[in-house]
Design a protein. Structure first.
Length: 282
């Protein structure tokens, strides 16, 4: 066989190897969870991503902060809010034997403001109740709600309004929004966890803040005061001591990859939340 012919055969072999390689890689890519769609308020679309590890003992409904619009793809992975603490630590909960359900914003709240002022709406609580009830029916497991930053407002809204199969079994708030701005350009910026009837919350409640959190909306000194208003059967407030320095108090400090999002202390915080859910102290 001539040298050109040998070179041509070698090229075809390499090409064939490349063609066979890519499908295998695609097949091995792990989805973040099963993408599930429900019908919400006013016939809107509700999406959440459910990941249930083998022998899971409970399901954690994850409510991220910011706009709340995670833009879940077909694999149940978040294309937005990737820096959010709950999205970053999702696998850590799986490793501890907990299922997770990452909730996206409903189809009519996916603009720039996302959930915005809708976080305290009864309709929002009803939407979350539909998701909780569906998860409970699907998995036959206890369902806890975890809200971080502005997600904490959604979490207390649901916990204070929902009953029966739609109500969560427990509540965890991390870096909760306790300080709003009245008279701002957007009225909903004034909303905090205190904007709903916290006294109606009677389930176990854990509040976790970071001592070095300088997000203007989540001062750590106010976090424990949430429990002055709730009526939980078991309650604890924790202030995490930081590995990072305390910076200036501003809105920029509300990003997830900062003390506000427990950066570099994800395992520590996850372990504490898991202990509380299992019935011990953080």
């Amino acid at each position: 066989m001539t040298a050109p012919a040998l070179r041509a055969l070698a090229f075809l072999a390499v090409l064939a190897g490349a063609i066979s390689f890519f499908p295998v890689t695609a097949q091995e890519a792990k989805p973040c969870g099963e993408l599930i769609e429900l019908t919400g308020h006013n016939s809107t679309k509700l999406l959440y991503s459910l990941n249930v590890p083998e022998k899971a003992t409970a399901v954690l409904v994850l409510l991220p902060g910011g706009s709340g619009f995670a833009d879940l793809d077909k694999s149940g992975c978040a294309r937005k809010l990737a820096g959010n603490s709950l999205i970053r630590t999702r696998d850590l909960f799986h490793q501890q034997g907990f299922a997770t359900a990452l909730v996206d914003a409903p189809s009519d709240h996916r603009g720039a403001d996302g959930l915005g002022g809708f976080r305290i709406s009864p309709l929002h609580a009803d939407d979350l109740g539909k998701i909780i009830a569906e998860i409970r029916q699907r998995t036959k497991l206890p369902v806890w709600v975890i809200g971080t930053s502005r997600g904490s407002i959604s979490a207390v809204n649901a916990a204070s309004r929902l009953t029966g199969e739609q109500a969560p079994d427990g509540l965890v708030l991390t870096s909760p929004v306790t300080f709003g701005r009245v008279g701002g350009q957007k009225a909903w910026v004034a909303q905090t966890v205190f904007s709903v009837n916290l006294a109606a919350i009677k389930i176990p409640v854990l509040v976790v803040a970071h001592a070095n959190d300088t997000c203007i909306r989540t001062p750590p000194t106010l976090a424990a005061s949430i429990l002055d208003r709730t009526s939980g059967v078991r309650e604890q407030a924790v202030t995490v001591k930081g590995l990072t320095q305390r910076g200036a108090v501003n809105v920029e400090a509300c990003e997830g990859r900062s003390p506000h999002g427990f950066i570099a202390q994800e395992q520590e915080v996850t372990d504490g939340i898991v202990r509380f859910i299992r019935g011990s102290n953080y």
